[in-house]
Design a binder for this molecule. Structure first.
Ligand SMILES: [Zn+2]
Length: 193
């Protein structure tokens, strides 16, 4: 798991989805232990040693006691608390969702694409899809409060943070990656249209 996840993180970096050491990733292991990517690590060099264990407050545990994870770990905890099916969470700083967020206000609405079936539960290209766009904030308390208010709008296992990036999750790496890529693809198509 750790090794496959580290490989994916390097691949996403190669695509230009985590410039400048940014973005963060996490997963729940079989003992319900949360592991998050350590902050400040260049994702091009990310290895399985670069995950750290945290408790449910986002504080490093075991040998990581005293190691501070990224502030955005609070968003990961919010997702685990609100979406029990989530076991892998991916965060991207890719450009098309950022550009889409500057053309839309509260939601990214899309319809008609075959690939939108990449979202678990979406059966047809005719389904109307709406992805919430959350206002960016450096205050994780404010950001999580906004997420609380939009909780019921989050139907596609992902959301956009305005002029910042995306979060997507799934029950495993494969599903989380599919959700992240589906959202990115739809943002790219709609932006270039
Ligand atoms: Zn970020």
């Amino acid at each position: 798991m750790k090794s496959a996840f580290a490989t994916l993180i390097r691949q996403l970096n190669q695509r230009g989805w985590s410039w400048a050491t940014s973005t963060n990733y996490s997963y729940l292991d079989e003992n319900e232990q949360i592991w998050v990517s350590r902050s400040g690590v260049n994702k091009a060099d990310f290895t399985e040693q670069d995950f750290m264990s945290i408790d449910h407050f986002g504080v490093g545990t075991g040998m990581y006691h005293g190691v501070k994870p990224s502030d955005e770990t609070q968003i990961h905890l919010w997702i685990y608390n609100n979406f029990p099916e989530a076991r892998v969470i991916l965060h991207s700083h890719s450009k098309f969702p950022v550009l889409i967020s500057q053309r839309n206000d509260k939601n990214f609405n899309v319809q008609g694409y075959e690939l939108q079936k990449g979202f678990l539960g979406t059966k047809s290209h005719l389904d109307a899809i709406s992805i919430p766009i959350i206002e960016n904030s450096q205050d994780m308390g404010v950001l999580c409060q906004d997420l609380n208010e939009r909780r019921l709008d989050i139907q596609q296992h992902c959301f956009i943070i305005a002029a910042h990036g995306t979060y997507a999750w799934g029950k495993n790496i494969f599903e989380a990656q599919r959700h992240l890529e589906t959202l990115d693809y739809l943002c790219e198509c709609e932006f270039l249209r």
